[in-house]
Design a protein around this ligand. Structure first.
Ligand code: PLP
Length: 391
């Protein structure tokens, strides 16, 4: 079958592939604990569901909306960014999209020319690399010289005259690291100096633990704001992955180019989801805090349980998002597997515990382990992994 070169060059999403394998095992009746997932296990809060139902009943879900979102949603996004980070974006600088994933996709499509390079700190969320390739850009992976955060020196060593953008994802998927204000100031100023657009993916910003402070890149100074595109959405904070609402805020010219692109692709985000997102962003924010606290409790329990397993090198405790990202090379060796990938495959087949190979995030000795599960499931998963490694 004839296929475009563009897609042949792109690897399928490893997390989705694993999730399919896990679903197939479940369908066969296996007792699976799926820790490969990248979404809250909570239902969307009732108040948000009710707002969506009311929108349908009022007839608001029937029609196309403005390409970049209904005015109420853009206002809610603008208010949210202003209240959290102190920057007021007018509607012309905000684009609501079909998930943050599509905001990034549209951005790369309208910003990159063939050969333009985008710096991606390692480890990184799987889709950045493939989306950049789909836009004929060149992903340039940057390995931090220390830990999971890049420094200006790391970035400067990777910079070429083709470098057009840098992605900062804080809290980071998969490692959960959070960049400090000082680190972001240095990086933001460096990018400004070299005319490199900063794409800041803040989708996990509300999921921050154990007293860590989150700083947004856009809160540093107005020059950095003018050189930055903020990407975020409601998926992770409000348990709304299925609704598919994300957004971008940034320089008007770029946002208007995205609007044109969207008008010829998705037309607009699903109308009913836009109304649901307005309810999420403008309603009682205790729902976010309640879920955050549950994640924090899980993190603290699961990190300690996994740290007791031989060969699990946990590194520093993650400060945000909902993943652990240990180096498990020694655990694979202790269990007589040649690679971490083989270890993870056997773990799934023999114990039903699904985790994601770090290879998918640019670090093959690691594994991404989601804690989007209740405490009992996490205890049981830790028990099974421990038994498996000890065998
Ligand atoms: N950015 C990061 C770092 C993510 O982990 C995800 C989802 O897994 C997204 C963006 C996309 O989120 P959504 O498209 O659901 O808004």
């Amino acid at each position: 079958m004839h296929l475009a070169k563009r897609i042949l060059n792109v690897a399928p999403s490893a997390t989705l592939a694993l999730s399919n394998q896990t679903k197939a095992l479940k369908a066969k009746g296996a007792d699976v604990i799926d820790l490969s997932i990248g979404q809250p296990d909570f239902q969307t809060p009732k108040t948000i569901d009710e707002a969506a139902i009311a929108a349908i009943q009022a007839g608001n879900a029937s029609f196309y909306t403005a390409a970049t979102g209904i005015p109420e949603l853009k206002q809610a996004i603008s208010d949210r960014i202003f209240s959290q980070d102190g920057v007021r974006y007018p509607a012309s600088q905000i684009v609501a999209t079909t998930g943050a994933k599509f905001a990034l996709y549209a951005l790369f499509q309208v910003y990159l020319n063939p050969g333009d390079e985008v710096l991606i700190p390692v480890p990184y969320w799987v889709s950045y690399e493939e989306q950049i390739k789909l836009a004929s850009g060149t992903p340039h992976l940057v390995m931090p010289s220390e830990g999971h955060k890049v420094s200006v020196d790391d970035l400067e060593a990777a910079r070429t005259d083709k470098t057009r953008a840098l992605i900062i994802n804080s809290p980071q998927n998969p490692s959960g690291v959070v960049y400090t204000r000082t680190e972001l100031t240095l990086i933001g100023n460096w990018a400004l100096q070299h005319h490199i657009l900063v794409i800041t993916d803040d989708i996990y910003r509300d999921l921050i633990y154990n007293g860590t402070t989150f700083t947004a890149m856009i809160s540093i100074n107005p020059d950095i704001v003018a050189n930055t595109v903020l990407i975020s959405g409601v998926s992770k904070s409000y348990a709304m992955t299925g609704w598919r609402i994300g957004y971008a805020a940034g320089p008007e010219k770029l946002m208007q180019a995205m609007a044109t692109f969207i008008s010829h692709t998705t037309s607009n985000p699903a109308a009913v989801s836009e109304y649901a997102a307005v309810a999420a962003l403008t309603g009682d924010q205790q729902i976010v805090e309640t879920m955050r606290q549950a994640f924090e409790e899980r993190l603290n329990l699961f990190y300690d349980l996994l740290a007791e397993i031989p060969g699990f090198d946990m590194g520093d405790k993650p400060q945000g998002a909902f993943y652990l990202f240990p180096n498990i090379k020694r655990a694979a060796q202790l269990s007589h597997y040649g690679t971490v990938d083989d270890f993870i495959s056997a773990l799934l087949a023999e114990t039903g515990v699904a985790i994601v190979p770090g290879r998918a995030f640019g670090m093959p000795d690691h594994a991404r382990i989601s804690y989007c599960k209740d405490l009992d499931s996490l205890r049981e998963a830790a028990r099974r992994i421990r038994e498996f490694v000890g065998k």
